[in-house]
Design a protein around this ligand. Structure first.
Ligand SMILES: Nc1ncnc2c1ncn2[C@@H]1O[C@H](COP(=O)(O)O)[C@@H](OP(=O)(O)O)[C@H]1O
Ligand SMILES: CCc1ccc(OS(=O)(=O)O)cc1
Length: 286
């Protein structure tokens, strides 16, 4: 996948909206403020679902904001040219998204009290979701088959690098009180409790009808129909017409795509890379 990428510190990034100079500047000079909230993910982990949910919590369930401003302006990706310019100018508390690995993140964050949510997803589903997504993107080398993308993914040869390194890196922050780990799977299985958990972490209080509205407006169907959140505005310039951000929105879809041999290879690699971490961090049933 890395033929059409820009490289920084040994990691490939998309060829549009990213540059080594900017990535260095973000790391060295971007000022994270104590009142900022940061949303961190490896791509295809449910990033946009988390952003939509937090925006709706901020607006107390009122969908006006999420239906009128593109998702990449509500919570800009700090490492992109577009996001960085927007964030530098933003006054007051900011929502900030990022796919950066921990070692490339703005240094100022580690001295701040800013709150961070790290969203993790079964990497097998991240892989399958990524295969379908990047196949229609115009700014990365497109995988020609799932077999090929599987090889790239297990080698860490995909944009933003190795999923294993990304997850391990951010998990090392898990005992900090300004750090919350969530999983895509818990959002799917019990979104109400997950929203309550996010509210508690962010110090936000929702009335029951406001919480119901957060759930309704962050649902798969609502997001799929919301042109400010479904990436339809990026078709043409960034994605082919058949590209879809909201593809299936389920857990365990990898079972429909992995061969028995691929499933075994993945299990072995997961054991090798992650066995020393507490296994209750990984809530999916494989
Ligand atoms: N409201 C929602 N509910 C469930 N899944 C959602 C969702 N919004 C986005 N997703 C899923 O999150 C994945 C995209 O992740 P990201 O936002 O990090 O790019 C896609 O997974 P699938 O491709 O498995 O369907 C997409 O369908
Ligand atoms: C324009 C670059 C880019 C990078 C990553 C994306 O995926 S995700 O939706 O943030 O996971 C999309 C666009």
């Amino acid at each position: 996948m890395t033929g059409k990428c820009v490289w920084f510190e040994g990691i490939p990034f998309p060829s549009v909206d990213y540059s080594p100079e900017l990535l260095r500047e973000v790391q060295e000079s971007f000022l994270v403020k104590d009142e900022d909230v940061l949303l961190l993910t490896f791509p295809k982990s449910g990033t946009n679902w988390l952003i939509e949910t937090v925006c709706l919590i901020y607006s107390k369930g009122d969908p006006k904001w999420v239906q009128s401003e593109p998702i990449w302006d509500r919570s800009p990706w700090v490492e992109t040219k577009h996001g960085y310019e927007l964030l530098k100018e933003k006054e007051g508390p900011r929502l900030i998204s990022s796919h950066l690995p921990v070692q490339l993140f703005p240094k100022s964050f580690f001295k701040s009290k800013a709150k961070m949510i790290y969203l993790i997803r079964n990497p097998r589903d991240v892989l399958v979701s990524g295969y379908f997504f990047w196949r229609s993107a115009k700014f990365v080398k497109r995988p020609q088959s799932l077999e090929q993308y599987f090889e790239w993914f297990v080698e860490g040869n995909v944009v933003f690098g190795s999923w294993f390194d990304h997850a391990r890196g951010w998990m090392s922050m898990r005992d900090k009180e300004n750090f919350l780990i969530l999983s895509y799977e818990e959002m799917k299985w019990d979104m109400r409790s997950t929203v309550e958990k996010i509210c508690q972490f962010l110090g936000k209080k929702l009335e029951p009808e406001e919480l119901n509205s957060v759930l309704k407006n962050s649902s798969f169907q609502a997001m799929k129909e919301n042109s400010m959140s479904n990436y339809s505005l990026l078709k043409g310039q960034y994605f082919e017409e058949n590209g879809q951000l909201l593809r299936k929105g389920v857990t365990g879809d990898w079972r429909n795509y992995f061969t028995v041999a691929q499933a075994e290879t993945f299990d072995k690699l997961f054991q090798e890379k992650m066995a020393d971490l507490p296994q209750d961090l990984f809530l999916w049933k494989q």
